[in-house]
Design a protein around this ligand. Structure first.
Ligand SMILES: NC(=O)c1ccc[n+]([C@@H]2O[C@H](COP(=O)([O-])OP(=O)(O)OC[C@H]3O[C@@H](n4cnc5c(N)ncnc54)[C@H](OP(=O)(O)O)[C@@H]3O)[C@@H](O)[C@H]2O)c1
Length: 263
């Protein structure tokens, strides 16, 4: 078993790296973590997750099977240039917004297997809805490693590179839309005289329960019908949302995210 253990290097030790490291099966992967020099952060990571750390990740590259880039998009081109000097057949994975497989392939030696993984902030709790797309040179076995790496942060779905560009707005940005909705509902709830903690409990569990219902694969429209009797009180509320075109508002909000991401 241990003979087949894969050697994984993280370049970047922040929130996303830590969420991934937390979810990794140590029977499958040996982990080394590097960053841009914040030694305190490396000590924290070592202590929290019992992994190896390095203050010179470039020394580790030759031993690695997989390299995960968990740092800002703007740092990528420098790091990719550095990696290009030493990598052989390692799989290079990025979690950075906007850095797609076409870009990775254009900066790395020909034939390098690459992947783009797009988690969301719920990765912290192992509840991310993660999208991933592969480059042209990833084989079946490597795809399996990639899925083993990301299954620890939640659910995942393989899509195309173009689809990640379009759907990041839904899986990674739209959680903020839900939180905005929660903010408004909490405010209304507090106005009934309950405490902030009670309002948080009511709203959070209402949303969590609704999400669980959606996960049973019943269509949202059917779930709406199950709550709203025609002519009843819920229907009156839905009418307000419909008159004000909640659907158009969602389309516009998603479109705004997409436009901004293209800049
Ligand atoms: N947080 C999320 O929910 C989320 C979701 C989807 C995608 N992402 C993507 O994940 C990536 C990391 O985000 P994060 O939230 O984990 O950021 P973060 O908490 O700010 O951590 C960034 C990490 O990158 C390291 N770093 C920065 N520049 C570097 C360089 N030139 N060389 C090596 N390491 C460098 C930092 O090193 P030091 O430790 O030395 O400061 C730090 O460890 C970003 O590209 C982001 O787009 C994040």
């Amino acid at each position: 078993m241990s003979m087949n253990k894969k050697q994984v290097l993280f370049i970047g030790a922040g929130r996303m790296a830590q969420a991934l490291i937390k979810g990794l099966d140590k029977n499958e992967f040996d982990i080394v973590v590097g960053n841009s020099g914040n030694e305190g952060r490396l000590r924290e990571v070592k202590e929290a997750f019992d992994v190896e750390t390095t203050n010179d990740w470039s020394n580790e590259i030759r031993k690695m099977d997989i390299i995960i880039l968990a740092m800002p998009p703007a740092s990528h081109d420098d790091i990719l240039a550095k990696l290009s000097e030493t990598i052989r057949e390692q799989v290079i994975i990025t979690v950075a917004a906007g850095i797609d497989p076409t870009h990775l392939e254009s900066k790395l030696p020909k034939g390098t297997p690459v992947a783009w993984v797009m988690p969301n902030t719920a990765a912290k709790l192992g509840k991310s809805m993660t999208l991933y797309a592969l480059g042209q040179h990833v084989n079946q076995e490597q795809q399996e490693w990639i899925e083993k790496l990301i299954c620890g942060i939640g659910e995942f779905e393989k899509v195309t590179e173009r689809q990640i560009h379009e759907l990041t707005a839904v899986t990674a940005s739209a959680p903020a839309f839900i939180y905005r909705l929660a903010e408004a509902l909490e405010q209304i709830t507090i106005e009934s005289g309950v405490s902030e903690a009670q309002a948080r409990k009511l709203v959070a569990n209402m949303i969590a329960g609704s999400a669980e219902m959606l996960k049973t694969n019943v269509a949202p429209a059917e779930l709406v019908d199950a709550v709203a009797t025609p002519g009843g009180s819920t229907a009156a509320g839905l009418e307000v949302l419909d008159i004000n075109h909640l659907d158009h508002l969602m389309i516009d909000a998603i479109e705004a995210c997409r436009q901004k991401a293209m800049v």
